[in-house]
Write a protein that binds this ligand. Sequence first.
Ligand SMILES: Nc1ncnc2c1ncn2[C@@H]1O[C@H](COP(=O)(O)OP(=O)(O)OP(=O)(O)O)[C@@H](O)[C@H]1O
Length: 221
Amino acid sequence: MIHFDQVSKRYDGGFEALSSVSCSIEKGEMVFLTGHSGAGKSTFLNLLTAIEKPSSGQIRVDGQQLNTLTKRDIAFYRRKVGIVHQDHQLIMDQSVFNNVAQPLLIAGEAPNEVKRRVRAALDKVGLLSKEKFNPVQLSGGEQQRVGIARAVVKKPDLILADEPTGNLDPELSRDIMNLFRQFNEVGTTVLIASHDLGLIARLDYRVLSLNQGKLLASPFQ
Ligand SMILES: Nc1ncnc2c1ncn2[C@@H]1O[C@H](COP(=O)(O)OP(=O)(O)OP(=O)(O)O)[C@@H](O)[C@H]1O
């Protein structure tokens, strides 16, 4: 599903955040992306969401070359991708319902469809009873689950998560990982950037490791 072919990313100023990275992630896989702070994890994800463009090399997602997408293509491509941020980036003065509804409203879905799908997504993350709350009234773990509901409400083929358990204690981190596992079990491809090696080690998924922008050799790459 995801193919990186000799991808490098050099930022303005000359710093090379990714150096000649080649790897593949198959459809339906769940994979962790790890590495020290500054190793290039967020850059890798930002290339996949087409927020950034590679300086050289090719990225293909589901047969589409990301390098050549027009602005309109990018908007369409992003509908298939659900993004979970570490700090969840919720709108704090809007209800949980409205936060989760946001991607559907942007996509121009009809109000009845929005209602149905937001409730289904909130149900999946166990927060249906809190749809009228504002995020400030929720715990950190609950806020992260709202962020996940917002990422999955469009039924994406691919979920990208950047340090989704960064601010959570071990028990809540496990709950969040179980949610990703459930989405993966029904066929969604999941890529999670995390530096929580303890958590990753306890889970039996493939790991891509970055070190100073280079992918470390692994027999399963
Ligand atoms: N927009 C940018 N302009 C210039 N340099 C950048 C930019 N974004 C990231 N970098 C640099 O690229 C390197 C990789 O950053 P990146 O955010 O991808 O790492 P990371 O592995 O996600 O780190 P962390 O775990 O701390 O979030 C860092 O040295 C960072 O300073």
